[in-house]
Write a protein that binds this ligand. Structure first.
Ligand SMILES: C[S@@+](CC[C@H](N)C(=O)[O-])C[C@H]1O[C@@H](n2cnc3c(N)ncnc32)[C@H](O)[C@@H]1O
Length: 320
């Protein structure tokens, strides 16, 4: 077997995932290591298209079908006895984790802008990151109350000279765009979001459930479309005379480098503020300040890094 062998590459992916899960999800760390050394599961994976071999997708679909997170024994049984069903579900599904806590790392940047703001999120999944004004926040004891008093309180450790605002932003319009919008009012869709979480990550399930409840009280519109082609048309719908903020988190990695460059050119042509919250280097030139691939970098208008942020929104380190 060589490094070009799909089974070898899949094994490497699963070992890299195990490193990513280290300290976050011992169960998935162990599972990913076991998959990397399991010929049965690796053979199953390399019959799938490369984009469908990701650990996150396999583990979430297995959880969906099994009703609980897999271990290597239950995963092997699933592959052996229900391999066709597992493959079909992996073909049909995408990883669309929607982490509402990312709003806590976006909030200072949005609140700095002239208010009110119109929010347009590309890659919005279920729209839970489109609600920064509805959630409440706790930044190291500094509390902000959102417009929905029953929405979750997002705790975030703010480091550096973070401009924590006195109030949540005033949002006058919001819209999301996604290749495959998740319907927050559908129990089946919400179950898929739950399955995308990693076992052992404290607080995420409760936060997701509370954010889903908040979103269901007044669902944010998420339109089906491709951020490469449908952005200008949606941006045109924003009301005039307000600050249009186009933002995204954990999205651009799904695009090739030339596609990311095309997207950057398209956003720059719009009369909008652009906030990108992605892993270092995903947006060209954005590796600044981050020393861990698990962190994100919050960048304004494609060239100004504002903060290094936890990819799950639990801390932010504002750059001076
Ligand atoms: C990992 S989720 C992130 C969701 C949300 N932004 C968050 O931070 O919680 C990535 C989302 O991007 C969407 N996506 C990927 N490529 C896209 C494209 N070309 N156009 C629109 N949406 C896209 C996926 O369908 C998925 O819902």
């Amino acid at each position: 077997m060589s490094g070009h062998d799909p089974a070898v590459r899949a094994a490497e992916n699963y070992r890299a995932f195990a490193a990513e899960a280290h300290g976050r999800s011992p169960q998935y760390e162990e599972l990913a290591r076991a998959v990397a050394g399991d010929p049965l599961v690796l053979r199953f994976l390399y019959r799938l298209p490369a984009a469908k071999r990701q650990p996150n997708l396999l583990f979430a679909v297995a959880r969906y079908l099994l009703g609980q997170p897999a271990d290597i024994t239950s995963l092997r049984t699933l592959v052996r006895d229900r391999g066709g069903e597992l493959a079909a579900a992996m073909h049909a599904r995408r990883t669309q984790t929607n982490e509402p806590a990312r709003c806590a790392t976006l909030l200072p940047a949005i609140a700095q802008l002239p208010q009110p703001v119109a929010l347009l999120e590309v890659g919005a999944s279920a729209g839970l990151t489109l609600l920064p004004d509805r959630y409440s926040y706790d930044y190291n004891g500094r509390r902000l109350t959102g417009t929905d008093k029953d929405a979750p309180v997002l705790a975030c450790d703010a480091r550096g000279p973070a401009p924590i605002p006195a109030a949540v932003p005033e949002v006058c319009w919001r819209a999301g765009l996604d290749l495959n919008p998740i319907d927050v009012t559908s129990d089946a869709d919400v179950r898929w979001l739950e399955c995308l979480l990693w076992p052992g990550e404290t607080g995420r399930e409760e936060r997701l459930a509370a954010a889903v409840e908040a979103a269901r009280r007044d669902p944010p519109p998420v339109y089906r479309g491709d951020l490469l082609t449908d952005l200008p048309r949606l941006a045109d719908q924003a009301p005039p005379g307000v600050t249009l903020v186009i933002f995204h988190s954990a999205v651009l990695a799904y695009l090739s480098m030339p596609q990311r460059a095309r997207f950057a050119t398209a956003v720059a042509a719009l009369d909008a503020v652009w906030l990108s919250n992605e892993a270092p280097g995903v947006l060209p030139g954005s590796a600044v300040g981050a020393d861990d691939q698990r962190d994100f970098v919050l960048v304004r208008d494609g060239g100004t890094p504002l903060a290094v942020t936890d990819s799950h929104g639990t801390w932010l380190d504002w750059l001076s």
